[in-house]
Each structure stands twice: as C-alpha cells, then as structure tokens.
Design a protein around this ligand. Structure first.
Ligand SMILES: [Fe+2]
Length: 292
C-alpha cells in the first residue's frame, strides 16, 4: 500500500470520529474554509439556497426531452452484474452534449456565482442498479449501497437525472441532510461504511424519488449517501461538476464522455497536504480577481 493511502486511511479514521465526515482531515478543513470564505451564500437562486442549507436540492430543471433522446441511444456495456454501465452511442454524443449543456447553461452561470469559481462539467455517465437480496446487499458493497462520502473536495459535486420514474421500491438515492450528519452518526451508530445500523428516519435522510427527467443536485463529499436496493432496477444518469480556477476552461472543450481522471483528480482529489493548500490558495486568488 502506498504511503499516502496509509496516511489517508488514518486521517479518514480521525475525521469520522471527530468531524463525522468520511474524508481525510485536510479535505474536511478545506471544505470548512471554502464554505465560510469562498462560497457566496447570498445567491438569489432559490434552488442553490436550499442546496447550501441541505447539501442537496431537487432542481426545477426538467430533462425529459434529453432523457427521451438518450434512452433511444444507449446500450449496456456489461449484460449482467449488479451494476450495469450504459454506453452512449458515439454518433449522438456531440448532439446530446449540446442539448445537455444548453439546458444547464443558466444553472452553470448561477453555480459560478455561488462557488466564486469557474464551473465545468467533467463527466457524464449512466448506469443501472439491479435487485440484490438483503443479506448480499448488507454484506457487500455492490454499488455504493452503504453510507459514505465521496472522497473529494467540496469543489466536486453531482447532478443526478432520473432515467425512469423512481419510487421507494426502485432503490432511490438515500442522502443525509448536511446539517443533520452528527445526529445521523449518533442514531445509526456509524463507525464506517461497513459498520453502522441501517436506520429509517425521514427527518435525517431524504430519498430521491421522482419522475423520469427530474434532476437532483448534491454535494457528494459533504452529504453521507448510499444507493438504495431496488425491487427490480433503477436507471440513472450522473453529471459531474468541477469548481476550478482555470477561467479559460469550458465544458464545451472537455470530452465529457471520458473519465478525465487527470483533470478531476488534480483539481478535486489532491494527494498531498501541499496540494490541498495550493488548491485553496488558488480559489482565494480566483475570488479576489473576480472582485477587482
Ligand atoms: Fe457516492
């Protein structure tokens, strides 16, 4: 195991115990400072006000036309398995990207004001989660079906688009209200993602049910979340956003159907303390330049 991974695990252990976050301590501190000093809490967009308060929000942007279009143009990469990835047909990728970015344009504008950063879409992917028996799901991490934080800085966040109607039986995303994390830890006796009691509590946990085409923005590094286990299956599309400090970078210039790991990791998943600090400094400078 590489040294940074060992340090990371120790750091995560402390973070879980003392800060109720499944993140390295340095990320937790970055996120605290970023929330306090960089983020614009006076944003007018009501959706983003709610996003700030809870760490997630069901958006009033409907993607039904885009979903109708994409569903005719996707196929499974793997025919079976608990999690099946979809491949988006190559010949419609550019057209779909255009439709998607066009619809997201006003939101991206507001997100730039909110994060005081440049905002781009780094990836788009789609997949299906399938039924699993209770015992199997409880003892195995089949598809992020145990409560966790995504191990990134707060500058990494996601939009989920329902590719079908999702009700309680379809294994919706379960997500803990940001400001109720501590209470969740207490009630669930949460130690880590393998060691907690699976509680049902609507005051602490929101389930992202909804109609096909509905969209849901969430801060996956800040909010504990898990995929529910569906009675049959659930189809979902994920759009990853990155708040960054490269003013010239545009989503249009990114191949959003690729993983773009180098970009995502270098901006939102730094491996050393120095890199975490530098990233924070870059965001302070970016914000300062915006106001001059
Ligand atoms: Fe996750």
């Amino acid at each position: 195991m590489k040294l940074y991974k060992i340090i990371n695990n120790i750091s995560k252990f402390f973070s879980l115990r003392f800060f109720h976050a499944g993140l390295p301590v340095s990320y937790y501190i970055f996120n605290k400072i970023f929330n306090k000093k960089i983020i614009n809490k006076k944003i007018e967009n009501k959706n983003l006000q709610e996003f700030n308060k809870n760490g997630f929000v069901k958006l009033n942007i409907n993607f039904k036309p885009e979903v109708d279009f994409i569903k005719k143009n996707i196929e499974f990469v793997n025919p079976d398995g608990k999690r099946q990835s979809y491949k988006i047909n190559e010949n419609i990728r550019e057209q779909f990207k255009g439709m998607l970015l066009n619809k997201l344009k006003p939101l991206i504008g507001d997100l730039q004001d909110y994060y005081n950063s440049n905002i781009v879409v780094s990836n788009v992917l789609a997949w299906r989660t399938n039924y699993a028996e209770e015992f199997e799901a409880k003892n195995n991490m089949l598809y992020a079906n145990h409560y966790h934080n995504d191990g990134y800085l707060v500058t990494y966040f996601k939009l989920f688009i329902n590719l079908m109607d999702v009700d309680e039986n379809d294994g919706p995303l379960h997500i803990v209200y940001k400001n109720k994390t501590k209470e969740f830890f207490k009630h669930a006796n949460y130690r880590d993602q393998r060691n907690y009691n699976d509680i049902e509590n609507n005051n602490l946990i929101y389930k992202n049910t909804g109609k096909e085409g509905e969209s849901f923005l969430f801060s996956s590094p800040e909010c504990m979340h898990k995929a529910g286990v569906p009675k049959k299956h659930r189809d979902i599309m994920e759009v990853v956003f990155i708040a960054n400090t490269d003013a010239n970078l545009k989503s249009e210039d990114i191949n959003i159907f690729e993983k773009n790991e180098n970009f995502v990791i270098s901006t939102t998943k730094p491996y050393t303390l120095i890199k975490v600090f530098k990233t924070l400094l870059n965001h302070f400078n970016y914000k300062k330049n915006l106001s001059t």
